[in-house]
Design a protein around this ligand. Structure first.
Ligand code: LCS
Length: 393
């Protein structure tokens, strides 16, 4: 069935689906590592790319294909490449497009390991990087060098919630002929579609909103066109960053409710952000749905909703933040995000602890910053949990 002209919610249910021999209404799990060839010529034709047959699950698999087509349909891209984790996607992208002597400009407050792997690992192979606050396009322009090859942004950034102007990034990239990459994990394609703005590559930690149930780790990359997909796919295969069929099945299942989950969690998040902003013990709150967010207008322009992620700091800094995290009962003290359950965590000592303190502070990741991923529980229960924890401070 051609799902191209369907609405987003209908694509969530039907895109990527295929007819199997039994008329299964959901995508079957092809839990096999390898596939039988009809004969030696067929095997050779599959390897030569002259037949569509499946070969070996690290290369391709019907369940994984289905997920890749589904996410590509949601992002308005050419094709998806599913990976073992979000970091598998990051490393596939870096390895596919950057070579010795190249330079990358990126958002300073990206997810910690996306930066750490570049600064500590890829630097050993002569790849350079500059991290700036990409919320101001001038910072991007100033960081570009003769050998710059890639603009890599995360918006909203993890965990500062700073927003980068997608249209401006594409404009700068076109002036300098650079590849554009967007980490769309915090929004999901329900709220933001960077390819519609002209981005070349979009990727996700699928572990988060796309799967939505905190029960698998995975990633996915979507390219704008076929040549980009063909450049990355062999890299994913040869690095061994492939997804497993059962993992793919779980994500396809979770994705069906993406829009209803996000509608509910961002409605909750708005109430919680307002509660925090009005609380006398809270110093500041950063949430794209609040008029106080420095890029509120830009968020409204490029995002179809404010999302479910909130950052805030208590007036008494880290000490108060720790007490809050230790005293919540309903909210779970854990890293990760984008699931149906509300999670709270402390980036400076957890997700971003491998970044040095100076880079963290320059990126706006203060020691007192607390990150909140809002789930779909009853909002009054989340607020009363926060309220009782705040009383202990
Ligand atoms: N990009 C973003 C924006 C992320 O938040 C994460 C993981 C990744 C990439 C990497 O994905 P993974 O390999 O974990 O699937 N973020 C995490 C976080 O904030 N807490 O725990 C993991």
């Amino acid at each position: 069935m051609d799902t191209k002209d369907l609405g987003f919610d209908s694509k969530l249910i039907h895109a990527g689906m295929f007819d199997d021999q039994f008329g299964s209404a959901t995508v079957p799990i092809y839990q096999t590592s390898t596939f039988k060839f009809k004969n030696a010529d067929h095997g050779a034709a599959c390897f030569a790319g002259e037949s569509d047959g499946y070969i070996y699950t690290r290369l391709n698999n019907p369940t994984i294909d289905s997920l890749e087509k589904l996410v590509a349909a949601l992002e308005n891209g050419y094709r998806g490449i599913a990976t073992s984790s979000g970091m598998g996607a990051v490393n596939t992208i870096y390895s596919a497009f950057l070579k010795q002597g190249d330079h990358m400009v990126s958002t300073a407050a990206v997810y910690g390991p996306s930066r750490v792997v570049m600064e500590k690992h890829y630097s050993k192979f002569g790849i350079e990087s500059t991290y700036v606050n990409t919320s101001d396009p001038e910072n991007i322009r100033k960081a570009i060098r003769k050998n710059t090859r890639m603009l890599y942004i995360e918006t909203p950034a993890n965990p500062t919630m700073d927003i980068t102007d997608l249209e401006e990034v594409v404009k700068i990239a076109r002036e300098h002929k650079l590849i554009t990459v967007a980490d769309n994990t915090f929004c999901s394609p329900y709220l933001q579609k960077p390819i519609d703005y002209g981005f070349d590559i979009v990727f996700h930690s699928i572990t988060k909103f796309l799967n939505g149930h905190a029960d698998i780790v995975g990633g996915v990359i979507v390219s704008r066109d076929k040549p980009l997909d063909e450049l990355m796919r062999p890299v994913m295969i040869n690095l061994g960053c492939n997804m497993d069929p059962h993992q793919a099945y779980m994500v396809i299942r979770g994705l069906k409710t993406l829009s209803v989950r996000i509608d509910r969690s961002q409605e909750n998040a708005m109430h919680i952000a307002q509660f925090l902003e009005g609380h006398p013990k809270v110093k500041w709150v950063k949430y794209p749905g609040l008029v106080s967010h420095p890029q509120y207008v830009l968020a409204r322009k490029q995002m179809d909703g404010p999302g479910a992620m909130i950052s805030f700091e208590m007036k008494d800094g880290l000490c108060a933040g720790k007490t809050l995290m230790d005293r919540v009962k309903l909210c779970i003290l854990a890293v990760s995000l984008g699931g149906v359950e509300t999670l709270i965590q402390h980036p400076a000592s957890m997700t971003h602890s491998k970044m040095d303190k100076e880079s963290r502070e320059r990126s706006g990741i203060t020691d007192g910053l607390v990150r909140f991923s809002v789930g779909i529980e009853n909002v009054e229960d989340i607020i009363s949990d926060l309220d009782q924890a705040m009383k202990c401070i």
